[in-house]
Design a protein around this ligand. Structure first.
Ligand SMILES: [Zn+2]
Length: 313
């Protein structure tokens, strides 16, 4: 066989693998669409603890461990002929939710991420030039978004959380009005997470107010864990609020190889514990690492899901 023919065959094979991979991921995405509906009812209590074996013992957490009965989704026709790995059909497969923070500065970032055809959840900052437009683009792309609540960090104002943040200087009524303002700007949000907030998330009074406000609207709180504080988790436990925690930050180091390694850690965490949340940012290095890492073997054995899918069980 000539070298040229070998090269052409290799290219065709690569294209076939990419197409099948896309179909499988697309199917993985489609089966999540119903997940958000579960959140419009009673808030769930789901604490995702940092340490292995520390999973909350509540009913929602118990449900998380059990395979769902009778919910095996229809395979779409594209997948019928494919020799799909069994885990794609396994409702008990480990699940990983990837969240991309700090959306709202551009439209190119969400567009590019939507192009990955995997169920990324977007966390949108309020009051940015493209806050509303990004939400529209993401909704049209049939993906979920949450409000990225800007909160006071320990080194404020050296580090500035951005326009109209939640600060210690605001009283309860001002805080409520500010959060309601964010939610009016992003009415399709299914939850919220903290942007910065290493000081704010450690304050019980502030976090009680924030988490209560979210729970009243059947929105969950994703703790980005910019602080090691247990305050948000304890408030969620006491109030039985829907709650998640970040397990892995993908891109504290903006280096593609290091981000790829963090992605592997996120997959490993999901396999080890059954579920995990990874958070990244719309950096070119992160985009590239996701593009490479989410279509390769690292996906094997782990299903990429939206945050609502992670909470729904
Ligand atoms: Zn952020």
């Amino acid at each position: 066989m000539s070298d040229r023919l070998t090269a052409v065959l290799a290219m065709l094979f690569a294209a076939l693998v990419a197409t099948l991979g896309g179909a499988l991921l697309g199917w993985g995405v489609m089966r999540l669409e119903g997940g958000a509906a579960a959140l419009t009812h009673a808030p769930l209590r789901l604490s995702v603890e940092g340490q292995s074996g520390g999973r909350d013992a509540g009913p929602a957490a118990a449900a998380l461990a059990a395979p769902r009965d009778g919910q095996r989704p229809e395979r779409d026709t594209e997948e019928q002929g494919a020799n799909a790995p069994e885990h794609w059909a396994d409702p008990g497969a480990p699940r990983l939710a990837i969240v991309i923070d700090d959306i709202g500065q551009t439209l190119s970032a969400p567009r590019e991420l939507l192009g990955l055809r995997v169920p990324i959840t977007f966390s949108i900052l309020p009051d940015l030039p493209y806050t509303r437009a990004a939400a529209e683009v993401i909704a049209q792309g049939r993906r979920e978004f949450i409000v990225h609540l800007p909160m006071e960090p320990v080194d404020y104002p050296i580090h500035d959380p951005g326009p109209s943040p939640l600060l210690f200087s605001l009283d309860a009524e001002q805080t409520r009005q500010r959060i309601e303002g964010y939610l009016r700007e992003l009415p399709g949000a299914i939850g919220a997470s903290n942007h910065m907030g290493s000081a704010y998330t450690a304050d019980a009074g502030r976090m009680m107010l924030v988490q209560q406000l979210l729970a009243e609207r059947h929105l969950f709180f994703l703790n980005s864990k910019t602080s090691p504080s247990r305050v948000p988790a304890e408030i969620a436990h006491d109030g039985r609020y829907a709650y998640l925690e970040r397990d892995v930050f993908l891109d504290n180091d903006r280096d593609e190889a290091l981000i790829a390694r963090q992605l592997e850690r996120a997959f490993a965490r999901a396999r080890q514990r059954g579920h995990a949340v990874a958070i990244g940012h719309p950096y070119p290095e992160t985009m590239q690492a996701l593009r490479a890492g989410l279509t390769g073997p690292a996906v094997h054995g782990v299903r990429l899901v939206s945050l609502s899918d992670l909470l729904a069980r």
